[in-house]
Design a protein around this ligand. Structure first.
Ligand code: CTP
Length: 395
């Protein structure tokens, strides 16, 4: 179930060139099924025509408090009551000052003041205005009143200066909105997730690996973080972007992964090994490229360390240990054997032969197996699978 579906998101747009980026945000939110209302200040009208947002959201843009031609009429309060999240982006120095001091002199500021949902502010302005102690004090005041600040990036600004003041990208705004809508039931928990394949070196140009895309592990890390956990993601080489807000540890080989995971294992409350770790590596590796000959060749392989097995055997009190089993036959039987052998609290079993499951897809079909339960889930997105796994862990 998409957290953004049918949620009421109010976006306040103020006078800044970054207003054009809100078109992308509106489009992304709409695709996820959110109801979006954009309120523009008069200055914002100099940068973007309200028709742009209206076309993307399907809802009339609100500008003037005394405009009678919209469904909320004088009642800015009814919109404020409806809002699940209120985002001001781009937020000029002016709106930050007004919001910090309770000034309510237009549609945006009156609605904002009447609102008690989570409020997010994404500043966008010239770096000198941003760094001005007055603006910084106003931002601190907003934080004191429970606003969340989405820090601007450092970069080349439209005014020609370079520095802090560039509004966060729509992708980050999206993540922060979703974050504000997520129940923090993993707050205070430390969760380590592994993802992706490992690469086992043969020589400087060749390695042994597998088809893991990392999508399942990345989805778990993302959802655990959204639910409030402090997440460490130990990832093999994949083509995915590191999820927002996680502590990211890139690794290459099974040995790297073992070092990264085992050295951090004592601090964790939960460890979820979604990575497809190589069970074998070349017994000998070469520093120079191996030249071919006319003969066949073979590569001697030696075992890698079983990371999950090692942690399971010395499992500390209170640690929840979860593994994955990808099988092509005898799914449940093989998975149950791994659960027992590695001393796990849960194993997530999937068959690579099931349609919509396995490597590279955005969906999965899994069975959650614990020492006393077996739950077969239907086909669902990897994000939904991630949430069901996390639900089971905190049950
Ligand atoms: N795993 C691990 N260390 C390894 C290999 C696997 O921690 N060296 C973890 C995986 O991340 C996964 C689980 O163990 O969570 C998979 O168990 P495993 O017995 O290794 O499964 P396969 O690699 O599929 O092995 P098999 O060929 O025996 O099915």
């Amino acid at each position: 179930m998409d957290r953004l579906k049918d949620k009421n998101i109010v976006i306040g747009v103020t006078g800044s060139i970054a207003a054009y980026k809100i078109a992308t945000l509106c489009s992304s939110l709409k695709k996820r099924g959110a109801n979006i209302t954009v309120i523009m200040t008069k200055n914002a009208l100099n940068f973007v025509n309200p028709i742009t947002y209206e076309t993307l959201t399907g809802t009339k843009c609100l500008v003037d408090t005394f405009d009678r031609n919209f469904q909320f009429n004088v009642e800015h309060v009814s919109l404020a009551k409806l809002a699940d999240v209120f985002l001001i982006a781009p937020a000029s120095a002016d709106i930050i000052a007004k919001a910090a001091h309770g000034i309510a002199d237009d549609m945006l500021t009156t609605t904002l003041l009447a609102c008690d949902c989570p409020k997010l502010v994404a500043p966008a302005m010239n770096t000198r205005m941003y760094k001005n102690p007055i603006t910084q004090d106003n931002i601190k005041t907003l934080v004191k009143y429970g606003f969340e600040i989405i820090n601007p990036a450092n970069g080349y600004l439209a005014c020609g200066d370079t520095g802090d003041g560039k509004m966060a990208e729509p992708e980050e705004l999206m993540e922060r909105i979703e974050d504000a809508l997520t129940v923090k039931d993993l707050q205070g928990k430390k969760v380590l997730v592994t993802a992706g394949p490992t690469q086992e070196k043969i020589d400087p140009v060749r390695y042994i690996t597998n088809h893991s895309s990392g999508k399942m592990g990345y989805a778990i890390a993302t959802e655990a973080r959204r639910r409030g956990a402090e997440v460490t993601l130990v990832s093999g080489v994949v083509s995915l972007k590191a999820p927002y807000g996680v502590s990211y540890v890139p690794i290459v080989s099974a040995e790297d992964m073992a070092n990264a995971v085992i050295s951090r294992s004592n601090e964790q409350d939960v460890i979820i090994m979604a990575a497809a770790v190589a069970d074998y590596k070349p017994a000998v590796t070469y520093d120079e490229k191996v030249k071919k000959s006319d003969d066949d060749m073979s590569i001697q392989l030696s075992r890698t360390q079983d990371i999950l097995g090692t942690i399971g055997q010395n499992k500390k009190e209170g640690l929840y240990l979860c593994g994955f089993a990808m099988e092509t036959e005898n799914l449940i039987e093989n998975a149950k054997a791994k659960l027992k052998k590695k001393n796990l609290d849960m194993i997530v079993a999937n068959s690579i032969k099931t349609e919509g499951a396995g490597f590279g897809t955005d969906t999965n079909v899994v069975t959650l197996i614990t020492p006393d339960s077996e739950t077969q889930l239907e086909l669902m997105s990897k994000s939904d699978v991630a949430n069901v796994i996390l639900d089971e862990i905190i049950k």
